[in-house]
Design a protein. Structure first.
Length: 474
């Protein structure tokens, strides 16, 4: 006999597990089905984010940053150490421990909130029947008044550079190298390529990133992208733009690459190749015939503004639907859908979802870029301020980068705030709050900012929109 739930969530990533917890908090009888198996072969909650995404990548970024600071940045403070070394095994072990702490944490949260975890691969059948195939091949069925699909995403594989998880790896592989590769090739100068490329570069790898597009970080404001590119170049990241890969052949312990760029045919030999060319919705095998749930041309579940699929009681959230593939976006959708199911108001404003790239310097933004404003014919004005003129940044020896504020030319309403610099992953939220409250550049300019802080760059950039920055010429 099948067990009935008010809510069955498919997927326990940051979209699904958050939806399940919120639904249970609201008094709904909730189950969460997840197929992920961790490094130890046991079910592990938390999806991509906790197992092979946000959390482990940030753990390695932090370890490698400490090492890089010790080897490159401490001398200016008068600190020196002779022959510092990095124990990659210990670094990976620390990362694994953090992953286990957090995936185990979700198990505890499910327990305390009375969410029933179900391990196995779920297929949605018509009538909100969820069939679950466990690792041992046994099949069980759950029925639900509401199903929330949170199936997440998987890495895109290139046909001529297939993952062998030894020499040609995806994000999971690049988070688990046993030692620092001498030569690391990365396909795709996107978020994963830059973050994981930075990790291994800081530990001594020669890192070459091959990017198909002619513009660097095309989704970011191009002033910010250019400033970031200058810093990455100084760090020795070799980023080759407008380069189209045609071959990646494993020969012994090497990967031989062929690509074409503006100069013609090029070749490159690396020891490891990370392919990070984007992710696609993880919807394969998810839907049985006749559910009525539609997939778009990219395999994403089609939903409306409220994450409803158009089929009674079936919702979808996170990476497997439209919008940015970001953990916090999925979590907010999870909360909104659980609240809608419980008869409350629930909404996610995709226009104010912050983006962060955790390189050094960090890149962060919310809202429209200058390029988007131009393309959409929106009249705008901008103000920017460099960290080099911020006292705290100079005291920290973190002078790279700037803040740029874009406001509507007539109403002064904030359209976008863009940052590259130290700690901007934390600073961006001031702009998110201001934009959620429909604030103007004038609002940011009139808010008292503590001195000396990095956030003074936001204050000065907002003042600069009206050509009245205090600590630079306007
Ligand atoms: P997922 O986290 O992918 O979880 C989906 C879960 O559903 C998985 O456990 C999967 O096994 C399970 N599942 C799928 N289909 C089924 C099925 N049919 N039956 C049962 N279970 C199923 N985002 C950020 O915001 N910040 C970051 O710093 C960041 N860093 C990242 C670093 C890397 C290396 C990567 C790869 C991604 C990173 N992301 C980051 C993106 C972030 O991980 C995703 O946006 C987020 O995990 C999406 O959450 P989700 O719940 O939609 O899906
Ligand atoms: P991405 O979309 O960020 O970048 C992929 C890059 O690969 C793009 O620049 C694209 O032009 C390039 N590309 C595509 N095909 C190519 C080819 N054949 N040859 C060379 N270049 C090619 O994707 P990603 O880095 O794989 O990350 C996937 C998603 O995961 C991101 O979009 C993001 O949503 C999420 N993520 C977020 C964070 C974060 O928030 N800090 C970190 C990692 C991942």
């Amino acid at each position: 006999m099948s067990q009935h739930f008010d809510v069955v969530v498919i997927g326990a990533g940051p979209a699904g597990y958050v939806a399940a917890i919120r639904a249970a908090q609201l008094g709904l009888k909730t189950a969460c089905v997840d197929a992920y198996v961790g490094k130890d072969g046991k079910p592990a909650l938390g999806g991509t984010c906790l197992n092979v995404g946000c959390i482990p990548s940030k753990a390695l970024l932090d370890s490698s940053k400490q090492f890089h600071n010790l080897t490159h940045n401490f001398a200016v403070h008068g600190i020196s150490a002779s022959n510092p070394t990095i124990d990659v095994g210990a670094m990976i072990g620390r990362k694994d421990k953090i992953v286990k702490q957090f995936t185990g944490g979700i198990t505890m949260l499910f327990k305390s909130n009375k969410v029933t975890p179900v391990a196995g691969f779920a297929t949605l059948k018509p009538g909100r029947v969820v069939s679950v195939k466990a690792a041992d091949g046994s099949v069980s069925e759950l029925t639900a008044t509401n199903v929330i699909i949170a199936a997440g995403s998987v890495p895109i594989e290139l046909p001529f550079a297939k993952f062998d998880n030894k020499n040609i790896v995806d994000n999971a592989g690049a988070l688990d190298f046993a030692s620092t590769p001498k030569r690391l090739g990365v396909i795709g100068a996107g978020v994963i390529g830059l973050e994981l490329g930075s990790v291994w570069k800081r530990l001594g790898a020669e890192v070459t990133i091959i990017e198909a597009l002619p513009d660097f970080l095309a989704a970011a404001d191009q002033d910010i992208a250019k400033a970031a590119a200058r810093e990455f170049k100084k760090q020795g990241l070799d980023i080759r733009l407008g380069a189209k890969l045609s071959k990646a052949e494993v020969k012994g312990d090497e990967v031989h690459l062929a690509y074409t760029d503006a100069k013609g045919e090029q070749s490159l030999v690396v020891d490891k190749l990370l392919v990070a060319v984007g992710r696609r919705a993880g919807t394969q095998g998810l839907l049985a015939e006749g559910t009525g749930v539609q997939l778009d041309e990219r395999g994403r579940v089609v939903v409306d503004d409220h994450c409803w699929t158009g089929v009674e009681g079936v919702w979808a959230i996170g990476d497997c639907v439209r919008g940015p593939m970001l953990a916090h976006k999925g979590s907010e959708e999870g909360i909104a859908v659980a609240e809608l199911i419980a008869g409350k108001a629930g909404h996610v404003n995709l226009d104010t979802v912050p983006w962060v790239i955790y390189t050094e310097p960090e890149v962060a933004w919310v809202g429209k870029t200058e390029e988007q404003c131009k393309a959409e014919g929106i009249p705008y004005k901008t103000g920017s301020f460099p960290f080099a003129a911020v006292g705290r940044a100079v005291a920290m020896n973190e002078t790279a980068g700037m803040v740029k504020v874009i406001a509507h030319a007539e109403t002064d309403r904030l359209l976008g705030v863009h940052m590259v610099g130290a700690c901007v992953s934390e600073m961006v939220h001031e702009a998110v709050v201001a934009m959620e409250f429909k604030g103007s550049a004038e609002d940011l300019a009139r808010i008292c900012h503590a001195h000396p802080t990095l956030s003074e760059a936001v204050h000065e950039a907002a003042l600069a929109v009206d050509k009245r920055a205090i600590h630079k010429a306007n």
